[in-house]
Design a protein around this ligand. Structure first.
Ligand SMILES: *[C@@H]1O[C@H](CO)[C@@H](O)[C@H](O)[C@H]1NC(C)=O
Length: 363
C-alpha cells in the first residue's frame, strides 16, 4: 500500500498538469445522428485557468482528408461564419468566451456529415474536442404494390420500397383491416420490404400497411389485397376464339360484297360493249338516234355521278330484257313518241357514246 502512494501522487500531479489551461468539459458528445433538415447542437463547454494569458479564441472546423476546413470562428470579440455553412451556423451564446462555445447547425444536409472539431485556445493553453455528425435522409416516397395474380391458391408478394432515405431502412408489414393479423403463410423480409404470401386464400384480402423505418424517420404506404377465385381461363379462351371467328365472318361477308359489286360493274361495262357490237345502228337510224342522243346528253351531262350510278343500275337490270331490242324501233319509226319511261331506258345510250366516238370506226 505504501508503495502505491507515490504513484498515486504522480498520477494526481500529471492530471493536474494536464488540466492546466483550457479544459473542454463537454466530452460526452462524440457521435450525433440527425435527419436531413433538422437542427443539431454541437456541444463545446470549457473552463479556463489563470495561467492562460492571451484572449480566448474559438475555432470550429470540419476535418477533411487534406486538413481542417473552418466552420465558424470567434476571435477578438468577433464572429467569423462565412465559410461552408453560410447562414446555417451560429454560436448558441452571445459571448462564447465565457465558457460555452457550442454551436447550432440548422437545416442539416446529408453533405454536412463529417467530423467536427471544437478548438479552444487561450495561449499557451489549447484543447480540442471532436464530434462525428451523421445527417441521414428519412425514408420517403415509399411505394407499395402487389406482385403476382391475386387468385386463390397462388403465391404472391406484397412489395414495399422507399425510393429515398438513408440506409439502413427496416421494413415491416401490418394488416390494417379485418383480422389485423398477417396471413399464416406470410413471410416478411425486413431488409427488402417483401411480404411473401403462399397459397393465398380469400381471407387474406384486406388493406396492408408497410412501415419503412431508419434511424431518423418513418414512412408508410398501404396496398389493398383482393384475393379472388381463379379466372375461368377456358371460358376466356373460348370467348376469344368465338369473337375472332365472328370478326372473320363479318370480314368475309364484306369482302364478298365488295367483289360482287365490282364484278357487277365490270359486267355492266361488258354489256355496253356487247350492245355496241351486237346492235350496230343502221346508217339511216344512226343520225336520228344520235341527234336524239345529242339533245338528251346535255341534260344527262348535268347528272351527278351518284345519280348516274343509280341510273346505270336500272339500266343494267333492264338491258338483257327484250325492251332494249324494241327501243331502236320506237326510235326509228316514231321518235317524238318516246315515252318518259323509255327515255330513262334509252338514257343508257349516252353512256355508250364516248366509247363509240373513241372507237370511231363503228360510228
Ligand atoms: C392451400 O390452402 C387451402 C386452404 O385455404 C388448403 O386446403 C390447401 O391444402 C393449401 N394448399 C397447399 C398446397 O398448401
Amino acid at each position: 500500500m505504501a508503495s502505491l502512494l507515490p504513484l498515486l501522487w504522480v498520477v494526481t500531479f500529471l492530471c493536474a498538469d494536464l488540466t492546466e489551461g483550457v479544459t473542454i468539459t463537454s466530452t460526452e458528445q462524440t457521435m450525433v445522428t440527425k435527419a436531413q433538415g433538422e437542427k443539431v447542437t454541437l456541444l463545446c463547454t470549457f473552463t479556463l485557468t489563470p495561467e492562460d494569458e492571451s484572449t480566448v479564441e474559438i475555432e470550429w472546423s470540419i476535418l477533411e482528408p487534406n486538413g481542417e476546413e473552418p466552420v465558424i470562428i470567434y476571435n477578438r470579440d468577433k464572429v467569423y461564419d462565412k465559410y461552408r455553412m453560410i447562414g446555417r451556423v451560429q454560436f448558441i451564446e452571445q459571448n462564447p468566451t465565457s465558457g460555452d462555445a457550442s454551436i447550432d447547425v440548422l437545416n442539416l444536409k446529408p453533405e454536412d456529415t463529417g467530423t467536427y472539431q471544437c478548438k479552444v485556445k487561450k495561449l499557451p493553453g489549447v484543447q480540442t474536442h471532436r464530434i462525428h455528425l451523421t445527417v441521414l435522409e428519412k425514408p420517403t416516397k415509399t411505394k407499395c404494390y402487389v406482385e403476382g395474380s391475386q387468385e386463390i391458391g397462388t403465391d404472391l408478394t406484397l412489395k414495399c420500397k422507399s425510393q429515398e432515405g438513408s440506409p439502413i431502412i427496416i421494413y415491416s408489414w401490418k394488416k390494417t383491416t379485418g383480422s389485423q393479423e398477417l396471413p399464416a403463410t406470410a413471410l416478411p423480409n425486413a431488409n427488402t420490404g417483401d411480404l411473401f404470401v403462399k397459397n393465398a386464400s380469400q381471407a387474406y384480402s384486406g388493406t396492408y400497411t408497410c412501415f419503412a423505418i431508419n434511424k431518423v424517420g418513418t414512412d408508410e404506404c398501404s396496398v389493398i389485397l383482393t384475393v379472388k377465385p381463379p379466372i375461368d381461363r377456358a371460358g376466356t379462351i373460348a370467348g376469344a376464339v368465338i369473337g375472332t371467328l365472328l370478326a372473320l365472318c363479318i370480314l368475309a361477308v364484306f369482302i364478298f360484297c365488295f367483289y360482287k359489286k365490282r364484278r357487277e360493274k365490270k359486267y355492266e361495262k361488258e354489256v355496253h360493249h356487247d350492245i355496241r357490237e351486237d346492235v350496230p345502228p343502221p346508217k339511216s337510224r344512226a343520225s336520228t338516234a344520235r341527234s336524239y342522243i345529242g339533245s338528251n346528253r346535255s341534260s344527262l351531262g348535268s347528272m351527278s355521278p351518284s345519280n348516274m350510278d343509280g341510273f346505270t343500275k336500272t339500266q343494267y337490270n333492264k338491258v338483257p330484257s327484250e325492251d332494249f331490242e324494241r327501243t331502236p324501233q320506237n326510235q326509228y319509226f316514231d321518235p317524238p313518241k318516246v315515252a318518259a319511261p323509255n327515255l330513262s331506258r334509252m338514257g343508257a345510250i349516252p353512256v355508250m357514246i364516248p366509247a363509240q366516238s373513241k372507237d370511231g370506226s363503228i360510228v
